[in-house]
Design a protein around this ligand. Structure first.
Ligand SMILES: Nc1nc2c(ncn2[C@@H]2O[C@H](COP(=O)(O)OP(=O)(O)OP(=O)(O)O)[C@@H](O)[C@H]2O)c(=O)[nH]1
Ligand SMILES: [Zn+2]
Length: 287
């Protein structure tokens, strides 16, 4: 049997990329599979080539994760795109997205696009945010989809992976996708945009670039509320830098408890004030 990756999933269409043949086939799932599971973009499948166009899917490998939005399985990295300006940076939204995607089991990579627009002061401001997120434990890559600056660094970070985009409207997700893959997407090909005009498009396509790297054309959340996914008390587990501290109480919420080392770290400047305040805002604590 041969191994393939579902790279195209829309209505009855299943496009399977076979690693050995380096070729895309039309996947036909065996009846026993249809009963057992749905098939999503990002699914690794085993099966047999039937003719030059057709691949019979015999089994679907167990998924390491499944993102509801976009519907893609086995997502290694979520490229969360923001800009310092056009549109203005919203750190509360970024921190919500970081919490949610980490919760869903995909590694976030923070990308700041449109750095070609920044003057010296704004570059300093970008560096300040970069230090904050690197210290917190995230990858942070400044890029420009227009000049190409930083795109090779981003490629290195997502090499050999399945990645998808997330982030607010207008930050340049489609432009970065083009810069990565060389594919010029027609505006109407992007489902988020299509949805405004047409009925629901649930289709997702993964584009292959750099040998075996894949990136989804359907963006994930543009805005999100962490509390939609989890209880208040769970949020603290997805602020990476908090996990370095062992407070007096093991279930410390880092709000009012005595012996809270997280609060102390904020005072000492080890944890960023901005990140801590966004944490309080997410859990609805107004201090
Ligand atoms: N100056 C500059 N403009 C950019 C850059 N990347 C994208 N843009 C512009 O920003 C606008 C939005 O880009 P898109 O790629 O459509 O953004 P998007 O995130 O896909 O937007 P949605 O589809 O609404 O989610 C376009 O006018 C792009 O030309 C960049 O690196 N620098
Ligand atoms: Zn604490």
């Amino acid at each position: 049997m041969k191994k393939g990756l579902v790279i195209d999933r829309e209505a009855q269409m299943i496009g399977v990329y076979l690693f050995e043949d380096k070729k895309v086939y039309r996947g036909i799932p065996r009846k026993k599979i249809i009963k057992k599971t749905k098939i999503y973009a990002g699914d690794y499948v085993l099966g047999n080539v039937i003719d030059s166009e057709t691949f019979a899917i015999e089994s679907v490998e167990e998924r390491k994760n499944f993102l509801v939005r976009p519907p893609v399985a086995n997502v290694d990295k979520v490229i969360i795109v923001f800009t310092l300006k056009k549109p203005d940076f919203d750190s509360f939204l970024l921190d919500n997205l970081l919490v949610v995607y980490e919760y869903l089991g995909a590694e976030p990579v923070i990308v700041f696009n449109k750095i070609d627009l920044l003057n010296d002061d704004e570059r300093k401001e970008l560096k300040r945010w970069k230090d904050i997120y690197i210290n917190a434990g995230y990858d942070f890559i400044p890029v420009s989809a227009i000049t190409g600056e930083g795109i090779d660094t981003l490629k290195e970070h997502i090499k050999g992976n399945i990645s998808v985009f997330a982030g607010p409207s207008g930050v340049g997700k489609s432009s970065i996708l083009s810069a990565l893959t060389g594919i010029e997407l027609k505006v109407s090909q992007i489902s988020e945009k299509t949805e405004r005009g047409r009925h629901t498009t649930t289709g997702v396509r993964l584009y292959r670039f750099n040998e075996n790297s894949f990136i989804g054309d359907t963006p994930g959340f543009s805005s999100v509320d962490a509390l939609y996914f989890m209880e208040k008390r769970e949020v603290k587990n997805y602020f990476r830098e908090f996990l370095r501290y062992r407070c007096r109480f093991s279930n410390c919420t880092h709000t009012d408890e005595p012996g809270c080392l997280v609060k102390e770290a904020v005072k000492k400047g080890e944890i960023s004030k901005e990140r801590y305040e966004n944490y309080l805002k997410i859990i609805g604590s107004s201090k």
